[in-house]
Ligand binder design. Structure first.
Ligand SMILES: [Zn+2]
Ligand SMILES: [Zn+2]
Length: 392
């Protein structure tokens, strides 16, 4: 274990260089052409890896170890977001309107680092390590689903792991949790149809803005009054568009939002609970509606034994003072797609520090990471690859 710690620290400069190159050249999901080409060319400089492209913008590197063992899949996501970066450091995005605001540049650099360490010492490696640089995590239906359903990536995989940098944890902290870890992010789109008219004569109209406003507030009633307090449910209306000027009541209002759950039964029940409120409010005020409810990624439920193993690895790798039991989050992750096919666990590495000004939330135009977290990520994932590959 100490060996992988020492070796990760020899990569510091290289990790920072990879991450900064990726940060300067972000691309959104399904369009990661330069990103994938860069990853592929870096991997091709490492001996012993078999490099391929499972899809147009994903890259796979496979290393066969010199001892018998299991097949382990390590995953990093590589896509950026349609956000205009507000950071001003010299490696800020050069692609206007696109930004690595979730830390996937860091994930990619970490997995490149792990590939390098593993490729230098195949004699240490048991089994087969597949390293997938996955496209389109931020764009539904997600790159993971495509890799799992349409390519042979998961054939023969015994266990899968990966990590997300986390700006709400101090840099260097590793956090692991068995069981329910991240939520299912489902989406709703609602069109409310009223009857437009003059702003001075609302009595002659059915005002879709007034109805929509009641829908928004009444939906919180589903969360607070229809669902048990300990069954996690979040309903957020995140888009409300209607009207064009100050004296015209419009015909329609468009609302969109996200519905987050962990529990399968509640997830299945949520659409009915939500529609009952929408229908009740619309009926009461003479409006009609169309509701489109789309299921997003599955909830991310870590396999208990893999999470327990990662916890042990973290305690040895970073030590008890930098280890935390992770808390579940209502965020969604398409890593859950891999867990349909094999046991596995996803974990967090903290990336926040005052020195790097990296407390900003994920998806914020000022988001960044403390680059010291890259080394922690490499230590953890490298140790996990060696450990999980071993036969019992
Ligand atoms: Zn994200
Ligand atoms: Zn992310």
């Amino acid at each position: 274990m100490t060996q992988s710690i020492d070796r990760a620290s020899t990569l510091t400069e290289q990790l920072v260089a990879w991450r900064r190159h990726l940060h300067m050249n972000p691309e959104v999901g399904f369009a990661e052409h330069q990103t994938a080409a860069y990853i592929e060319s870096e991997l091709r400089q490492m001996p012993g890896l078999v490099v391929s492209r499972p899809t147009q913008t994903s890259v796979l590197a496979v290393l066969k170890g010199q001892q018998a063992g299991r097949t382990v899949l390590l995953r990093a996501d590589i896509d950026a977001l349609p956000i205009h970066e507000e950071n001003t450091f010299e490696f800020a995005s050069q692609n206007a309107g696109v930004m690595h605001a979730c830390g996937h540049d860091g994930h990619t650099a970490i997995l490149l680092g792990v590939a390098k360490l593993l490729s230098e010492r195949p004699e240490e490696v048991a089994g087969e390590i597949r390293m997938i640089f996955q496209h389109a995590e931020e764009v539904g239906p997600g790159g993971a689903e495509e890799l799992v359903m349409d390519t042979p990536l998961m054939e023969g995989v015994d266990v899968v792991t990966g990590l997300h940098l986390n700006s709400s944890l101090p840099a260097g902290v590793v956090a692991v949790k068995p069981g329910a870890f991240m939520a299912a992010p489902d989406m709703l789109t609602l069109t409310i149809r009223g009857k437009g008219g003059h702003g001075a004569h609302p009595e002659q109209t059915v005002d879709p803005i007034a109805v929509g406003a009641q829908v928004v507030t009444n939906l919180q009633h589903v969360v607070s009054r229809n669902v048990a307090a300990l069954d996690a449910l979040v309903v957020s209306i995140t888009l409300f568009q209607s009207g064009s000027t100050h004296n015209v009541i419009p015909d329609t209002a468009l609302l969109q939002g996200t519905v987050r759950t962990f529990d399968a039964e509640l997830r299945a029940r949520a659409p009915q609970l939500i529609e009952r409120v929408i229908k009740g409010v619309c009926d009461a005020h003479g409006a009609t509606y169309e509701l489109n409810y789309e299921l997003g990624y599955r909830p991310l439920i870590n396999t208990d034994w893999v999470a327990a193993r990662l916890r042990e690895i973290a305690l040895e790798t970073v030590g008890p003072e930098l280890y935390q039991d992770a808390k579940p989050t209502m965020g969604g992750e398409d890593f859950s797609a891999y867990l349909q096919k094999a046991p596995g666990a996803y974990f967090n590495v903290g990336s926040a520090s005052d020195a790097a000004d990296s407390h900003w939330p994920h998806h914020h135009p000022r988001f960044t990471i403390d680059e010291a977290s890259l080394e922690t990520g490499v230590k953890m994932l490298h140790a996990a690859a060696l450990n999980l590959g071993q036969l019992e």
